[in-house]
Design a protein around this ligand. Sequence first.
Ligand code: IPD
Ligand code: CA
Ligand code: CA
Length: 281
Amino acid sequence: MHPLLNTAVKAARRAGSIMNRASLDIERIQVARKDQNDFVTEVDKACERAIIEVLSQAYPDHGFLGEESGLTKGDKPLSCMPDNVWIIDPIDGTTNFIHGMPVYCTSIGLMQKGVITQAVIYDPSRDELFMASKGKGAFLNDRRLRVTKQDRLDEALIGTGFPFKYMDLLDTYVSMFKQLSGRVAGLRRPGAAALDLAYVAAGRYDGFFEMGLMPWDAAAGSLLVTEAGGFVGDFQGGPDFLFSENIIAATPKVFAQMVAMLSPYKLPEPKAAGAFRPEGV
Ligand code: IPD
Ligand code: CA
Ligand code: CA
């Protein structure tokens, strides 16, 4: 295993044990509201601190983009993305976590000069560790992953997420949902985008789409999908899926059919993710 990936796995497992311990007594978890339908717990923050501690001990020159602490390096805020930056969602699926619904994970991706090169997604409820290094394939625990061979949208199982934070996206989303639901085998919304992407890589879904995602939701999952032989892009099928706040991930043939269906929709400019776009990307 690549040493960078090995360290990320250690960090993800550390976060996993914090989540597992906290999940034994969810009544005691303090929940704060960041925004409408956007919650954070002290567990999210403890997980992020633990992940950054493990990674910064091994790589003191690297930067961090964490959902809870923003863009930092050595405890100081940064104004632009450095060449090596770990993109972290300490708990993806916080709303599930707070409700004791066991669909959440930690997601850690390393971006080097604008390219995601290492990825770990860890689901502590199932002890499932999804990993990828660029050019070396994607794995679930020790099993190599491949996307499904599905080439027909009408037979595809598709994951998605509702734009529950950005209500102005809802009408557009509902139109997409209506159009797609008549044309696919099934649509699912479990509530953790990083896991959704890992599941495309693992062949549990044939495709996934969502609007309003941030780089920490998608960074690690995108590498898992491409290393498992799938395609990832924005709704136009282009490469701007980390900072445009819209993403499609699927088997190659299903991806093309989803792009054909979703690209005509007019989308607003990204609200928050654009601020993290590295120079030249
Ligand atoms: C959320 C989850 C959810 C997705 C949201 C994300 P969080 O992440 O991934 O599935 O629909 O867009 O913000 O807030 O639980 O880390
Ligand atoms: Ca998230
Ligand atoms: Ca989160």
